[in-house]
Design a protein around this ligand. Structure first.
Ligand SMILES: [Zn+2]
Length: 194
């Protein structure tokens, strides 16, 4: 379930309350994890942030902490292996330069081909591993930006909750894995329409 929260004043984003139980499975809360979205504006020389404290049970919090296993790690390992597999033959078949400037040409060609192939291959493998991980981590895992794009998007995710901020629309979207928790969230937060 997706809930949209209009942000009227980017400098003072609303304080959002979540139900005091695990966001993902609904069991008793053991700890709080955080979600942070940058509003893209400054308030008193500090970037304005929307911070949400997210209750989770131990099991789900541990899962969240291990999520790199199905995102970053497959990307890096597959990317590295594919990169090397491409680097070696390209380097070997590339014509060697005869001058001192071009003598390293095969390595440059092999290196760039390896890098590009590694990023593409790593991303493809990451997509597959994420799909395979859905039964264990929940469908929201597929909402996480791929490692290669992760640096460019204004989103933040935990297991059970995906948050996304659009500055143009002044809108925060919260996607809940658990519809029951989403309904409780709506009751806890009087979201005025404007
Ligand atoms: Zn849980």
């Amino acid at each position: 379930m997706i809930i949209e929260i209009p942000i009227h004043d980017l400098k003072t984003p609303p304080a959002l309350k979540l139900p005091e139980r695990c966001i993902n499975c609904g069991k008793a809360k053991d700890e709080n994890l955080g979600i942070t979205l940058s509003m893209g504006v400054q308030k008193r020389d500090k970037p304005a942030m929307l911070q949400i404290s997210v209750p989770m049970c131990k099991t789900c919090a541990d899962k969240e902490r291990s999520i790199a296993k199905v995102t970053l790690v497959p990307f890096l390992i597959a990317g590295f292996i594919i990169g090397v597999i491409v680097f070696v033959p390209v380097t070997l078949i590339s014509p060697e330069g005869t001058t001192s400037q071009t003598i390293s040409l095969p390595f440059v060609l092999g290196g760039s081909a390896g890098l590009v192939a590694g990023i593409i291959g790593g991303t493809v493998v990451e997509i597959f591993v994420k799909l395979l991980a859905v039964p264990f981590y929940g469908k929201l895992i597929t909402r996480r930006p791929l490692t290669i794009f992760g640096f460019f998007t204004e989103t933040d995710q935990l297991i059970g909750l995906s948050a996304n901020f659009s500055r143009e629309k002044k809108l925060v979207q919260l996607e809940f894995e658990n519809d029951e928790i989403a309904r409780e969230f709506v009751q806890l937060n009087p979201l005025e329409k404007k």
